[in-house]
Design a protein around this ligand. Sequence first.
Ligand code: ADP
Ligand code: MG
Length: 494
Amino acid sequence: MVTLQIRYVGLTLHRLTAMAANGIPEDVLMDHDLIKDLVDVAKDSALLNGVLMRTKETPNSSEVVTYAPFTLFPSPVPKAIFHQALAVQTHYNRLVDKISQDSSFLEEALASTIKVDDFTGRLFNIYRHVLQEGKTQSIVLGLNRSDYMLDQNGDGSASLKQIEINTIAASFGGLASHTPNIHRHILKVAGRLEDSKRILDNNPSAGLAKGLAKAWDLYGSERAVVLVLVEELQRNIFDHRYVENELWKRNIPVIRRQFEDVSKTGFLDQDKRLFVDGREVAIVYFRNGYMPQNYTEQNWEARLMMERSMAVKCPDISTHLAGTKKVQQELARPGVLERFFPGEPDVVDQIRATFAGLYTLDMGPEGDKTVAMALAKPDQFVLKPQREGGGNNIYGAEICQVLEGVKQSTERMTYILMDKVQPRPVHNYLLRLGTPLKLSTCLSELGVFGAYVRHGQDMVLNECAGHLLRTKSDEHSDGGVAAGVAVLDNPLLV
Ligand code: ADP
Ligand code: MG
């Protein structure tokens, strides 16, 4: 028999009460026998609901799979802030799309970064190549996820602050479509029927697939496939499968291929139509290609070929660049949002309300000021390189070490500085294969999925496609489910 040990790491009941914040009450969280039962129920429920992941040991086989990591209980999110995040999403979709079409903005915004950051530089070379050659495809498909944390204000209220927007390979829309049922079930078993009714439906798989289907329709060839460009290690395949299956339901054929497959068998015909393994490709859906380690020289060649092709790219290279952290920082400058939304002050206000402080590290007096500010109070900031996928940011004392090393050189321009968002911690149990159960002090990050399709000048689809709550222990500064830090969660609106 397996004995379950729950560690209550030095928490007083008083503190727990303070942190429940209308979430799950402390007497429930501390009920040892109940928690033990609920954990078993929860894991079975995750399996029954298809909230799955392959294992580290066999990442490319579905013979043995496990539950995707998730929280035992949903986490409280203020209702008004949740709706604020959903409401701003269609504006963010338009913003990303407008940036992607503004070559002088992208050139200026990324000028310093591409001088010193090799990866962004290579992406930018592809962008220039495609610009010079002239765009071949007028269908644009964007599937993104804007991530937020809730900054605590002095008066106990909270403000929605964007962490970043992911314009490439934004993940967990598939699994997030199936986590609500798990938490509803857990809450019922815990005797909390009323709470269970407060868990919202969520269906990003359908929302993302709707965007893909619209772009595929516009491409206009029944035989052409959606090519999901995947990584070598495919632990998170079930997340992809949910979106793929939504496409198959609509009789849209889907193939999964890696960069290497595109290199080996891919070519463009005289009209620049892309063929891979003999199939015409209507859409390349990138679920890979956002990290330097995804690219060999051959893979860079393959990326260029796909970008030059008639296939719809999700995202295209300009939309990929619009999601860089340097662009995020440039958007926070006075007047920049106004440039993208002339005559729409309400839209500007709604977007700007979600910005945390963002600061340039370019050479010159403004960047010098940023350096001094960060060195004086490193705990109030996050230092971010132009990277995606979790685990790359720099926090606290390490900010000083890094900045002291680079502050006199152009190398500092590979980073931006951002205010550290300080959410209110809440207690919960994080369930992850092989990790002992303990009550953790947790921080949550709310993601909102966006889907849009533009055909020439016309936005033919612009929607909020659902949400994702991820929660991590406050022992970790950085996040990410794939990075092994955060786990899937659901908002309990309060
Ligand atoms: P990545 O592209 O690697 O996902 P993010 O900007 O999303 O980069 O940062 C990774 C994680 O670091 C986030 O999920 C969040 O947990 C933490 N983080 C990033 N920026 C901030 C911030 N400004 N304040 C607090 N935490 C942050
Ligand atoms: Mg992130």
